[in-house]
Design a protein around this ligand. Sequence first.
Ligand code: ZN
Length: 414
Amino acid sequence: MTILPRIAVYAGHGGSDPGAVSGGLREKDLNLAVSNAVTGILRGWGYTVINNRTTDVDRSITRDANLANENRVDAVVEIHFNSNSGTPGTGTEAFVSIRNIGRSRALASAMLDRIAALGFVNRGVKTQLNAQGQDAFGILRLTNVPAVLLECAFINNPADMARFDTNTMARAIADGIREVFPISGGGGGMPSFPGTSIRVGDRGESVRQIQSCLNRVGLRHPSIQRLTEDGIFGPRTFDAVVAFQRIFGLTPDGVVGPITWGRLQQECPAGGDSGSGGTMPAFPGTLRLGARGDSVRQVQHCLNHVSQPCSRQLVEDGNFGPLTQAAVINFQRMFELTPDGVIGPITWGRLAEKCGSGSTMMTFLSGDGVPWEACTGCTRHDLNSFLKSVQEIENSNMGNILLPFLLMRKFVAS
Ligand SMILES: [Zn+2]
């Protein structure tokens, strides 16, 4: 299954609050430059990124924390630069919540290791408490997802500032994020449309990319025959393109124009460095209560995506506890599998299928009925508000194509 992480990348301070100021540098400006650069790098890899600000405006810690919680992001990284009085300090450090949420510590140390590799002193991962014994930093106190407040370097230390470069700092941070929250299972993604339609008789790298993507999609849709990835657009590739177009409701003409290419891109997002050769991860063996590890985390992530908008979100910590078991049983009920709470090959296969295209929204737009299925496990209250949303949108007469999208947005917002 493809795991597409959602990351909140926040810039500390802003607008009327400059943060630390030293030697003509304002912390809010450095924070923003790094945050914007990290965002660009992550989006280029296929991540979903949300920001608190992308320009020099005031921020609200409460609003930013709510934004991360409501979007159920995989992690929050808030960018700051350090400052102290007296002899300037030096190096990079990171703060995490005392509640030790998910992989926040792992994320903090991965980023610090990468920044230290640029020559900065590694001051380590820390916590800081207020007088009430809670996290002193609001973003750590008010979020319930893994969050890291990163102090990249000391703004009042000329040696740190001489070493600092926005892009290399941003790359180090993004690499740390990718190490702990990788896009997995995707293999190579489709690049952008090459400019001209691709058809029978064509040869080359674009054809090979199409074949590779079709083979990946074919793992979930057996009507697409397995292809030799030789870069030659012959009759078998033609047949596979037509099958793909039929599955996704496109004109089945066997020509890969911009629309078919775009759909291939959606189905084959960039896969980072997983090197999986275009196959879904194999069934890892039976997973049940008490199991631990990355396979469990993948299952939790998938369940969180598939079960939106109705189910309680799981903490994606890789521990197969009672809540994960309950979510597995719920999932099995939704898809008419034996509801035993154990992930054998059949349940795994169904999870892989449901998370294969990576995004619940896409599944919703493909119209295969998942939002309805997802709601069979809801409480009465959830279901009622869901149905009310449907009614309101239908009454507002906005058209069938937009309906699932609006429905999703409206439901999530309510
Ligand atoms: Zn700051």
